[in-house]
Design a protein around this ligand. Structure first.
Ligand code: DQQ
Length: 459
Protein backbone atom coordinates (compact mmCIF):
# COMPACT_ATOMS: atom_id res chain seq x y z
CA UNK A 1 0.00 0.00 0.00
CA UNK A 2 1.03 3.57 -0.59
CA UNK A 3 1.41 5.83 2.38
CA UNK A 4 2.13 9.52 2.51
CA UNK A 5 4.78 10.49 4.99
CA UNK A 6 5.18 14.12 5.94
CA UNK A 7 8.72 15.27 6.44
CA UNK A 8 8.72 16.82 9.85
CA UNK A 9 11.55 17.94 12.03
CA UNK A 10 12.43 16.71 15.47
CA UNK A 11 15.08 19.14 16.66
CA UNK A 12 13.26 22.31 15.66
CA UNK A 13 10.30 23.93 17.34
CA UNK A 14 7.13 23.10 15.47
CA UNK A 15 3.47 22.92 16.52
CA UNK A 16 1.70 19.67 15.63
CA UNK A 17 -0.11 21.24 12.66
CA UNK A 18 -1.09 24.45 10.82
CA UNK A 19 0.59 27.73 10.04
CA UNK A 20 3.22 29.39 12.25
CA UNK A 21 5.25 32.57 11.76
CA UNK A 22 7.09 35.04 14.00
CA UNK A 23 8.56 34.19 17.41
CA UNK A 24 6.91 36.33 20.10
CA UNK A 25 7.83 37.37 23.65
CA UNK A 26 10.49 34.73 24.43
CA UNK A 27 11.55 34.75 28.07
CA UNK A 28 12.84 32.66 30.98
CA UNK A 29 10.59 32.58 34.04
CA UNK A 30 10.65 30.48 37.23
CA UNK A 31 12.70 27.66 35.68
CA UNK A 32 10.99 27.53 32.27
CA UNK A 33 11.81 28.87 28.84
CA UNK A 34 8.62 30.30 27.38
CA UNK A 35 8.04 30.55 23.69
CA UNK A 36 5.08 32.28 22.03
CA UNK A 37 4.47 32.39 18.30
CA UNK A 38 2.19 33.69 15.57
CA UNK A 39 -0.20 30.84 14.80
CA UNK A 40 -3.28 30.06 12.72
CA UNK A 41 -5.36 27.47 14.62
CA UNK A 42 -7.50 26.82 11.52
CA UNK A 43 -5.14 26.08 8.68
CA UNK A 44 -1.72 25.98 7.06
CA UNK A 45 -1.78 29.52 5.64
CA UNK A 46 -1.44 32.91 7.39
CA UNK A 47 -4.79 33.95 8.92
CA UNK A 48 -6.72 34.19 12.25
CA UNK A 49 -3.51 34.91 14.13
CA UNK A 50 -3.33 33.91 17.83
CA UNK A 51 -0.37 33.56 20.18
CA UNK A 52 0.62 29.92 20.47
CA UNK A 53 2.52 29.08 23.66
CA UNK A 54 4.93 26.35 24.74
CA UNK A 55 7.41 25.82 27.57
CA UNK A 56 10.66 23.93 27.78
CA UNK A 57 13.57 23.29 30.14
CA UNK A 58 16.09 23.07 27.30
CA UNK A 59 14.50 24.82 24.26
CA UNK A 60 14.49 21.49 22.43
CA UNK A 61 11.84 19.42 24.21
CA UNK A 62 8.60 21.39 24.41
CA UNK A 63 5.30 21.15 26.22
CA UNK A 64 2.53 22.76 24.19
CA UNK A 65 0.15 24.88 26.25
CA UNK A 66 -3.22 26.53 25.53
CA UNK A 67 -3.05 29.66 23.37
CA UNK A 68 -1.82 32.61 25.42
CA UNK A 69 -3.91 35.20 23.54
CA UNK A 70 -6.61 35.03 20.88
CA UNK A 71 -8.46 37.80 18.99
CA UNK A 72 -11.27 38.63 21.42
CA UNK A 73 -11.35 42.44 21.69
CA UNK A 74 -12.02 45.08 19.03
CA UNK A 75 -8.39 46.14 19.24
CA UNK A 76 -7.05 42.69 18.26
CA UNK A 77 -10.00 41.04 16.52
CA UNK A 78 -8.08 41.10 13.22
CA UNK A 79 -5.17 39.21 14.80
CA UNK A 80 -2.91 39.14 17.84
CA UNK A 81 0.23 40.24 16.06
CA UNK A 82 3.86 40.24 17.11
CA UNK A 83 5.15 41.50 20.44
CA UNK A 84 7.87 41.26 23.03
CA UNK A 85 8.28 40.62 26.74
CA UNK A 86 9.87 42.95 29.25
CA UNK A 87 10.88 41.78 32.72
CA UNK A 88 10.55 44.69 35.14
CA UNK A 89 12.92 45.39 38.05
CA UNK A 90 10.69 43.45 40.49
CA UNK A 91 10.69 40.40 38.19
CA UNK A 92 7.17 40.91 36.88
CA UNK A 93 6.38 40.55 33.19
CA UNK A 94 4.80 43.01 30.76
CA UNK A 95 3.91 41.86 27.27
CA UNK A 96 3.60 44.51 24.56
CA UNK A 97 1.97 43.40 21.31
CA UNK A 98 0.33 44.71 18.18
CA UNK A 99 -3.37 44.14 17.65
CA UNK A 100 -5.14 44.41 14.32
CA UNK A 101 -8.64 45.86 14.33
CA UNK A 102 -11.37 44.59 12.02
CA UNK A 103 -10.16 47.10 9.40
CA UNK A 104 -6.66 45.64 10.00
CA UNK A 105 -5.47 48.92 11.49
CA UNK A 106 -2.53 48.39 13.82
CA UNK A 107 -2.58 49.43 17.49
CA UNK A 108 -0.39 48.54 20.47
CA UNK A 109 -1.60 46.63 23.49
CA UNK A 110 -0.38 45.44 26.87
CA UNK A 111 -0.96 42.06 28.54
CA UNK A 112 0.11 40.59 31.89
CA UNK A 113 0.29 37.07 33.32
CA UNK A 114 -2.99 36.46 35.20
CA UNK A 115 -1.14 34.56 37.92
CA UNK A 116 2.52 35.50 38.36
CA UNK A 117 2.98 32.58 40.77
CA UNK A 118 2.25 30.12 37.91
CA UNK A 119 5.61 29.15 36.39
CA UNK A 120 3.80 28.06 33.23
CA UNK A 121 2.10 31.46 32.79
CA UNK A 122 -0.94 29.75 31.33
CA UNK A 123 -3.41 32.63 31.54
CA UNK A 124 -2.93 36.16 30.25
CA UNK A 125 -4.92 39.30 31.00
CA UNK A 126 -5.19 42.12 28.50
CA UNK A 127 -4.87 45.59 30.01
CA UNK A 128 -8.09 47.58 30.48
CA UNK A 129 -6.13 50.54 29.04
CA UNK A 130 -5.88 48.84 25.62
CA UNK A 131 -5.22 49.94 23.01
CA UNK A 132 -2.45 51.93 24.66
CA UNK A 133 -1.17 53.35 21.35
CA UNK A 134 -2.64 54.12 17.95
CA UNK A 135 -0.61 55.21 14.91
CA UNK A 136 0.70 58.76 15.48
CA UNK A 137 0.16 61.62 13.00
CA UNK A 138 1.95 60.98 9.73
CA UNK A 139 2.13 57.19 10.18
CA UNK A 140 -0.02 54.85 8.09
CA UNK A 141 -2.70 52.84 9.91
CA UNK A 142 -1.03 49.65 8.72
CA UNK A 143 2.56 50.75 9.24
CA UNK A 144 2.82 50.59 13.00
CA UNK A 145 3.76 47.31 14.58
CA UNK A 146 5.93 44.90 16.56
CA UNK A 147 6.93 46.62 19.82
CA UNK A 148 10.35 45.55 21.06
CA UNK A 149 11.43 44.56 24.55
CA UNK A 150 11.65 47.73 26.67
CA UNK A 151 14.87 48.99 28.30
CA UNK A 152 15.11 51.23 31.34
CA UNK A 153 16.25 54.84 31.31
CA UNK A 154 18.42 56.50 33.98
CA UNK A 155 15.30 58.12 35.50
CA UNK A 156 13.51 54.80 35.89
CA UNK A 157 11.25 55.02 32.83
CA UNK A 158 11.02 52.43 30.06
CA UNK A 159 11.56 52.85 26.35
CA UNK A 160 10.83 50.58 23.42
CA UNK A 161 10.80 50.84 19.67
CA UNK A 162 8.07 50.24 17.09
CA UNK A 163 8.77 49.81 13.40
CA UNK A 164 7.25 51.92 10.66
CA UNK A 165 7.99 53.66 7.39
CA UNK A 166 7.54 57.07 5.82
CA UNK A 167 7.38 56.78 2.05
CA UNK A 168 10.21 54.31 1.40
CA UNK A 169 12.26 55.14 4.49
CA UNK A 170 12.21 52.48 7.20
CA UNK A 171 12.05 54.08 10.66
CA UNK A 172 12.28 53.16 14.31
CA UNK A 173 9.89 55.13 16.57
CA UNK A 174 10.58 55.30 20.30
CA UNK A 175 8.02 55.51 23.08
CA UNK A 176 8.69 56.17 26.73
CA UNK A 177 6.52 55.10 29.68
CA UNK A 178 6.64 54.91 33.45
CA UNK A 179 3.72 52.54 33.99
CA UNK A 180 2.82 50.88 30.65
CA UNK A 181 -0.48 52.78 30.76
CA UNK A 182 0.57 56.23 29.55
CA UNK A 183 3.13 56.63 26.81
CA UNK A 184 5.01 59.49 25.15
CA UNK A 185 6.28 59.39 21.60
CA UNK A 186 9.81 60.84 21.59
CA UNK A 187 10.52 63.49 18.95
CA UNK A 188 13.74 61.80 17.97
CA UNK A 189 13.53 58.56 15.97
CA UNK A 190 16.05 55.95 17.02
CA UNK A 191 17.17 55.49 13.43
CA UNK A 192 16.01 55.56 9.81
CA UNK A 193 17.37 54.25 6.52
CA UNK A 194 16.09 55.48 3.14
CA UNK A 195 14.83 52.90 0.62
CA UNK A 196 14.54 50.04 3.10
CA UNK A 197 10.72 50.10 3.27
CA UNK A 198 8.68 49.00 6.26
CA UNK A 199 10.68 47.86 9.30
CA UNK A 200 9.06 44.91 11.05
CA UNK A 201 10.13 43.29 14.31
CA UNK A 202 12.86 45.77 15.28
CA UNK A 203 15.31 44.53 17.89
CA UNK A 204 17.79 46.71 19.82
CA UNK A 205 20.20 45.16 22.32
CA UNK A 206 23.65 45.59 23.82
CA UNK A 207 26.57 43.22 23.23
CA UNK A 208 29.74 43.10 25.31
CA UNK A 209 32.99 43.88 23.50
CA UNK A 210 35.07 41.96 26.00
CA UNK A 211 33.03 39.20 27.66
CA UNK A 212 31.40 36.03 26.41
CA UNK A 213 28.22 36.56 28.42
CA UNK A 214 25.13 38.26 27.08
CA UNK A 215 23.74 41.51 28.44
CA UNK A 216 20.33 42.48 29.76
CA UNK A 217 18.48 44.74 27.32
CA UNK A 218 18.68 47.64 29.79
CA UNK A 219 22.49 47.69 29.94
CA UNK A 220 23.72 50.92 28.39
CA UNK A 221 26.70 51.98 30.48
CA UNK A 222 30.28 52.39 29.35
CA UNK A 223 30.47 53.03 25.63
CA UNK A 224 33.94 51.49 25.54
CA UNK A 225 32.72 48.13 26.76
CA UNK A 226 29.53 47.66 24.75
CA UNK A 227 27.94 48.21 21.39
CA UNK A 228 24.28 48.11 20.42
CA UNK A 229 22.91 45.88 17.70
CA UNK A 230 19.97 47.24 15.72
CA UNK A 231 18.01 44.71 13.65
CA UNK A 232 15.08 45.30 11.35
CA UNK A 233 13.08 42.78 9.34
CA UNK A 234 12.61 44.36 5.92
CA UNK A 235 9.09 43.59 4.79
CA UNK A 236 9.78 44.30 1.10
CA UNK A 237 12.60 41.77 0.80
CA UNK A 238 11.78 39.50 3.78
CA UNK A 239 15.32 39.72 5.12
CA UNK A 240 16.58 40.37 8.66
CA UNK A 241 19.41 42.88 8.51
CA UNK A 242 21.42 44.02 11.51
CA UNK A 243 24.12 46.57 12.10
CA UNK A 244 26.52 47.36 14.94
CA UNK A 245 26.58 50.82 16.42
CA UNK A 246 26.20 52.88 19.55
CA UNK A 247 23.06 53.95 21.33
CA UNK A 248 23.07 57.33 23.03
CA UNK A 249 20.30 57.13 25.60
CA UNK A 250 20.47 60.88 26.35
CA UNK A 251 19.93 61.92 22.74
CA UNK A 252 17.94 58.77 21.95
CA UNK A 253 19.81 58.01 18.74
CA UNK A 254 21.54 54.94 17.48
CA UNK A 255 24.50 55.53 15.14
CA UNK A 256 26.05 52.81 12.99
CA UNK A 257 29.79 52.19 13.50
CA UNK A 258 30.20 52.19 9.74
CA UNK A 259 27.58 53.96 7.61
CA UNK A 260 28.40 51.52 4.79
CA UNK A 261 27.29 48.67 7.06
CA UNK A 262 24.02 50.28 8.16
CA UNK A 263 20.78 48.31 8.63
CA UNK A 264 19.68 46.90 5.28
CA UNK A 265 23.02 47.01 3.52
CA UNK A 266 25.03 43.92 4.24
CA UNK A 267 25.03 42.22 7.61
CA UNK A 268 22.45 39.50 8.04
CA UNK A 269 22.02 36.88 10.76
CA UNK A 270 21.54 34.26 8.11
CA UNK A 271 21.56 34.08 4.34
CA UNK A 272 18.79 31.50 4.12
CA UNK A 273 15.15 31.82 5.09
CA UNK A 274 15.33 33.53 8.45
CA UNK A 275 12.83 36.25 9.25
CA UNK A 276 11.10 38.24 12.00
CA UNK A 277 13.78 37.15 14.45
CA UNK A 278 13.88 38.28 18.04
CA UNK A 279 16.49 38.05 20.79
CA UNK A 280 16.01 37.92 24.56
CA UNK A 281 18.36 37.96 27.52
CA UNK A 282 18.40 34.56 29.22
CA UNK A 283 19.08 35.46 32.84
CA UNK A 284 19.29 31.72 33.64
CA UNK A 285 22.53 31.27 31.71
CA UNK A 286 23.59 34.90 31.17
CA UNK A 287 23.38 34.70 27.40
CA UNK A 288 21.53 36.49 24.62
CA UNK A 289 19.48 34.10 22.54
CA UNK A 290 18.14 34.57 19.04
CA UNK A 291 14.89 33.00 17.83
CA UNK A 292 13.75 33.12 14.23
CA UNK A 293 10.95 32.00 11.99
CA UNK A 294 12.16 29.88 9.07
CA UNK A 295 9.90 28.75 6.26
CA UNK A 296 10.14 25.83 3.86
CA UNK A 297 10.75 26.46 0.19
CA UNK A 298 7.64 24.58 -0.92
CA UNK A 299 4.45 26.10 -2.28
CA UNK A 300 1.31 27.15 -0.44
CA UNK A 301 -0.50 24.22 -2.08
CA UNK A 302 2.09 21.87 -0.63
CA UNK A 303 1.64 23.49 2.80
CA UNK A 304 -2.09 22.86 2.62
CA UNK A 305 -1.50 19.28 1.54
CA UNK A 306 0.94 18.59 4.30
CA UNK A 307 -1.17 20.50 6.84
CA UNK A 308 1.56 22.65 8.30
CA UNK A 309 3.96 25.43 7.42
CA UNK A 310 7.12 26.84 9.00
CA UNK A 311 9.54 26.05 11.78
CA UNK A 312 11.57 28.03 14.24
CA UNK A 313 15.32 27.90 13.76
CA UNK A 314 17.27 26.36 16.65
CA UNK A 315 17.85 29.20 19.12
CA UNK A 316 21.33 30.67 18.83
CA UNK A 317 23.65 32.43 21.23
CA UNK A 318 24.64 35.82 19.85
CA UNK A 319 28.02 37.39 20.61
CA UNK A 320 30.13 40.26 19.35
CA UNK A 321 33.02 38.99 17.23
CA UNK A 322 35.96 40.65 18.90
CA UNK A 323 38.35 39.24 16.32
CA UNK A 324 36.86 41.02 13.30
CA UNK A 325 35.05 43.68 15.37
CA UNK A 326 32.67 44.17 12.46
CA UNK A 327 30.05 41.48 12.93
CA UNK A 328 28.28 39.15 15.35
CA UNK A 329 29.02 35.49 16.04
CA UNK A 330 26.27 32.93 16.52
CA UNK A 331 26.21 29.40 17.87
CA UNK A 332 23.32 26.96 18.40
CA UNK A 333 22.39 26.71 22.10
CA UNK A 334 24.53 24.12 23.90
CA UNK A 335 21.34 22.24 24.81
CA UNK A 336 21.22 20.67 21.33
CA UNK A 337 24.26 18.63 22.27
CA UNK A 338 22.11 16.66 24.71
CA UNK A 339 20.27 15.19 21.72
CA UNK A 340 23.29 13.59 20.18
CA UNK A 341 23.67 9.83 20.11
CA UNK A 342 25.25 7.27 17.75
CA UNK A 343 28.28 9.39 17.17
CA UNK A 344 30.33 8.78 14.01
CA UNK A 345 33.68 10.44 13.56
CA UNK A 346 35.76 10.88 10.41
CA UNK A 347 39.27 12.28 10.69
CA UNK A 348 42.01 13.56 8.38
CA UNK A 349 40.01 13.31 5.21
CA UNK A 350 41.72 14.82 2.19
CA UNK A 351 39.49 16.59 -0.31
CA UNK A 352 41.11 16.80 -3.72
CA UNK A 353 39.98 19.52 -6.12
CA UNK A 354 36.60 18.73 -7.65
CA UNK A 355 36.15 15.57 -5.59
CA UNK A 356 33.22 14.22 -3.60
CA UNK A 357 33.94 11.94 -0.67
CA UNK A 358 31.06 9.76 0.58
CA UNK A 359 30.79 9.47 4.38
CA UNK A 360 29.13 6.34 5.63
CA UNK A 361 26.83 7.57 8.37
CA UNK A 362 24.47 4.55 8.02
CA UNK A 363 20.72 4.94 7.66
CA UNK A 364 19.44 7.86 9.61
CA UNK A 365 16.55 10.30 9.72
CA UNK A 366 18.47 13.20 11.19
CA UNK A 367 22.02 14.35 11.60
CA UNK A 368 23.70 16.98 13.69
CA UNK A 369 27.02 17.65 12.00
CA UNK A 370 30.18 19.31 13.28
CA UNK A 371 32.85 19.80 10.65
CA UNK A 372 36.29 21.42 10.75
CA UNK A 373 37.95 22.30 7.47
CA UNK A 374 41.61 23.16 7.14
CA UNK A 375 42.39 24.92 3.89
CA UNK A 376 45.55 24.47 1.92
CA UNK A 377 47.58 27.67 2.44
CA UNK A 378 49.01 27.47 -1.08
CA UNK A 379 45.57 27.34 -2.63
CA UNK A 380 44.58 30.46 -0.70
CA UNK A 381 47.09 32.44 -2.74
CA UNK A 382 45.22 31.41 -5.85
CA UNK A 383 41.91 32.88 -4.71
CA UNK A 384 40.92 35.32 -7.38
CA UNK A 385 39.98 38.93 -6.95
CA UNK A 386 36.86 38.51 -9.02
CA UNK A 387 34.57 37.88 -6.12
CA UNK A 388 34.11 41.28 -4.54
CA UNK A 389 30.38 41.02 -4.85
CA UNK A 390 30.10 37.39 -3.85
CA UNK A 391 26.61 36.67 -2.70
CA UNK A 392 25.35 33.25 -1.59
CA UNK A 393 21.91 33.28 -3.18
CA UNK A 394 22.85 34.96 -6.48
CA UNK A 395 26.38 33.72 -7.23
CA UNK A 396 26.95 30.36 -8.86
CA UNK A 397 26.01 28.09 -5.99
CA UNK A 398 27.94 24.97 -5.11
CA UNK A 399 29.17 24.45 -8.66
CA UNK A 400 30.78 27.88 -9.22
CA UNK A 401 34.43 26.88 -8.82
CA UNK A 402 37.24 28.97 -7.40
CA UNK A 403 40.87 28.16 -6.57
CA UNK A 404 39.94 26.07 -3.51
CA UNK A 405 36.36 25.21 -3.63
CA UNK A 406 33.67 25.87 -2.78
CA UNK A 407 33.99 23.07 -0.21
CA UNK A 408 31.58 21.69 2.34
CA UNK A 409 28.90 19.07 2.74
CA UNK A 410 26.30 17.54 0.44
CA UNK A 411 23.38 16.45 2.60
CA UNK A 412 20.08 14.77 1.74
CA UNK A 413 21.75 13.42 -1.39
CA UNK A 414 20.58 10.38 -3.35
CA UNK A 415 22.99 7.92 -4.94
CA UNK A 416 23.33 9.61 -8.29
CA UNK A 417 23.27 13.04 -6.61
CA UNK A 418 20.51 14.27 -8.86
CA UNK A 419 19.14 15.41 -5.53
CA UNK A 420 21.38 17.04 -2.97
CA UNK A 421 21.50 20.05 -0.68
CA UNK A 422 24.91 21.68 -0.58
CA UNK A 423 26.02 23.44 2.59
CA UNK A 424 29.27 24.99 1.53
CA UNK A 425 31.98 27.51 2.20
CA UNK A 426 33.26 29.97 -0.35
CA UNK A 427 36.40 32.02 0.12
CA UNK A 428 36.69 35.20 -1.86
CA UNK A 429 39.15 38.04 -1.91
CA UNK A 430 37.92 41.60 -1.55
CA UNK A 431 39.28 44.66 -3.35
CA UNK A 432 41.27 45.38 -0.18
CA UNK A 433 43.07 42.07 -0.65
CA UNK A 434 41.55 40.50 2.46
CA UNK A 435 39.99 37.07 2.34
CA UNK A 436 36.34 36.68 3.26
CA UNK A 437 34.58 33.39 3.99
CA UNK A 438 30.94 32.82 3.13
CA UNK A 439 28.81 29.95 4.35
CA UNK A 440 25.97 29.21 1.97
CA UNK A 441 23.42 26.62 0.96
CA UNK A 442 22.61 25.64 -2.60
CA UNK A 443 19.03 24.42 -2.80
CA UNK A 444 18.86 24.13 -6.59
CA UNK A 445 18.99 20.33 -6.51
CA UNK A 446 16.96 20.04 -3.35
CA UNK A 447 14.28 17.37 -3.26
CA UNK A 448 11.58 19.94 -2.44
CA UNK A 449 12.41 21.85 -5.63
CA UNK A 450 10.98 19.22 -7.90
CA UNK A 451 8.26 17.77 -5.69
CA UNK A 452 6.08 18.90 -2.84
CA UNK A 453 7.58 18.07 0.56
CA UNK A 454 5.81 14.73 0.62
CA UNK A 455 7.00 11.45 -0.71
CA UNK A 456 5.33 8.09 -1.21
CA UNK A 457 6.64 5.14 0.77
CA UNK A 458 5.90 1.72 -0.70
CA UNK A 459 5.25 -0.58 2.22
N1 DQQ B 1 4.20 39.16 11.20
C1 DQQ B 1 3.24 39.68 12.14
C2 DQQ B 1 3.45 41.16 12.16
C3 DQQ B 1 4.86 41.28 11.71
C4 DQQ B 1 4.97 40.24 10.66
C5 DQQ B 1 1.87 39.26 11.74
C6 DQQ B 1 6.37 39.84 10.35
O1 DQQ B 1 3.24 41.70 13.45
O2 DQQ B 1 5.16 42.57 11.26
O3 DQQ B 1 1.73 37.86 11.76
O4 DQQ B 1 6.45 38.57 9.81
Amino acid sequence: NNMLVWQRTAFHFQPTKNWMNDPNGPLFYKGWYHFFYQYNPNGAVWNNIVWGHAVSKDMINWVHLPFAMVPDHWYDIGGVFTGSATILKDGSIVMLYTGATKEMYQVQNVAYPADPSDPLLINWVKSSANPVLVPPAGIGMQDFRDPSTAWSTPNGNWRFTIGSKINKTGISLIYETKDFVNFTLLDQWLHQVPDTGMWECIDLYPVSLTDMNGLDTSVTGNALAIKHVLKASLEDVKVDYYALGSYDIEKNVWTPDDPKLDVGSELRYDYGKFYASKTFYDQNKQRRLLWSWTGESDSEDADIMKGWASLQAIPRVVLFDNKTKTNLLQWPVEEVESLRSNKKEFNNLKLAAGSVLPLDVAKTAQLDIIADFEVDKGALEGVMEADVGYNCPTSNGASGRNALGPFGLLVLANDGRSEQTAVYFYISKGKDGNLKTFICTDLSRQFAKSLPTIFPIHG
